[in-house]
Structure formats: C-alpha cells, structure tokens
Design a protein around this ligand. Structure first.
Ligand SMILES: C[S@@+](CC[C@H](N)C(=O)[O-])C[C@H]1O[C@@H](n2cnc3c(N)ncnc32)[C@H](O)[C@@H]1O
Length: 182
C-alpha cells in the first residue's frame, strides 16, 4: 500500500510538532511507524491471543499476523463491521494466523485471556470494549490509538478506565497509549 507523509492527515501541533516524520496510507490506517511498533510488541511479548478492534482494510492485522507467524504460535482475532473492508482485509491476511470477524467488537465475549489488545474501532467504542474485555485483560498489555488532542479518545480513557491502567502516552501524530492493565 502506498504511504504518504502524515502531514496530509495531521497538522503540526504542540503535541506533535513534526508529523512529517511519520507516514500512513490514509486517515484511518494507523501510522506505519506505529504499526511497526505494535508488531514489535507482538514479537517481544510472544502472545497466544491478540485482539484488534477495527480491522479497517487489514493493514495492522497483516503486520500482527506476520509477527505471529514468525513467532510460530498464537493468533489474532480482529473485528470489522463493514463487509467491503472485511473482504479486503481477508485478502490481505491470507495465509496468516488471523481470524477476521465481520461483527461488532461489542458483540463478542472473550473466553480466554487476551495477551495483547489493540483498540482501534470507533473513537467512543474503545472504552466500552475495554470494559467488556477487562476480566480477560488483567496483567496484559494494550494499545489504544488516537489519543492525540485532536481526537477525543484520551478524555474518554481518563474519564472511564484510567484507574485500571498503568499508561504510557506517546506523542505520535494521532497519539497512542500503551499500558499494562492493572
Ligand atoms: C481507524 S479504523 C481501524 C484501522 C486499523 N486498525 C489499522 O490500524 O489499519 C476503524 C475501523 O473500525 C471499524 N469499527 C467501528 N466500530 C466498530 C465496532 N464496534 N466493531 C468492529 N469494527 C468497528 C470501522 O468500520 C473502521 O473500519
């Protein structure tokens, strides 16, 4: 997928003065440098179950899937509500240990521990997903995307779930928080 400089999608700001150093295909796909970081977490943590909410076209799912394949164990379960995007992601993730679900992330109840979770669906939905998955997330590492000031996600996190997290907020163009779940 062709990537463009992030300045096409995010203005320079106090939060992130030099967005030109990052790249993305479009305004929905995670910055490619952050995709690489998430894939590195998957390599470093050697998870059995990874969950992604909001597959979009499968860019992140493919990189997580490749990391899991390299690990030699583990699977990704990823959720998308749009059938066209789901189909595109299916093609992109062919041959990888990725289960693509065409359903809302909120219609799913985990039945085992989630070792790593990437929250990237609707901006308001991410906190609801966290609350729903929480019993299966204790001690795990999570990432929540779009925590920069131009989105509302950080406010939702601080209001609803901050007490359950040991967070690290990163000043990438769109913002990302990684945390250990307490
Ligand atoms: C920001 S995009 C995800 C980008 C993708 N994670 C990546 O890094 O390439 C958000 C996606 O979440 C989907 N979405 C929104 N609410 C959802 C829900 N409740 N369950 C599953 N998918 C949802 C949208 O249709 C959209 O494709």
């Amino acid at each position: 997928m062709r990537s463009k400089r992030e300045t096409k999608f995010t203005e320079p700001s106090e939060h992130c003065p030099n967005p030109q150093h990052w790249h993305s295909a479009d305004c929905e796909t995670t910055e490619l440098e952050v995709v690489e970081l998430v894939a590195a977490f998957v390599r470093a943590l050697q998870p059995e179950l990874v969950v992604e909410t909001g597959t979009y076209n499968g860019t992140m799912a493919r990189e997580i899937g490749k990391a899991l394949k390299k690990n030699g164990h583990g699977r990704l379960v990823t959720f998308e509500v749009d059938p066209v995007l789901h189909d595109a992601a299916k093609k992109r993730c062919k041959g990888l240990p990725v289960e693509l679900k065409l359903q809302s992330s909120l219609d799913w109840e985990p039945d085992q521990k989630i070792d790593f979770c990437w929250f990237d669906s609707g901006l308001e939905t991410r906190v609801q997903e966290f609350k729903q998955y929480y019993p299966h997330l204790k001690g795990s590492i999570i990432g929540i995307h779009d925590t920069a000031p131009q989105h509302q996600v950080r406010g939702y996190v601080e209001e609803a779930i901050l007490g359950q997290l040991s967070p690290m907020w990163l000043n990438t163009p769109r913002g990302v928080m990684f945390a250990q779940v307490l």
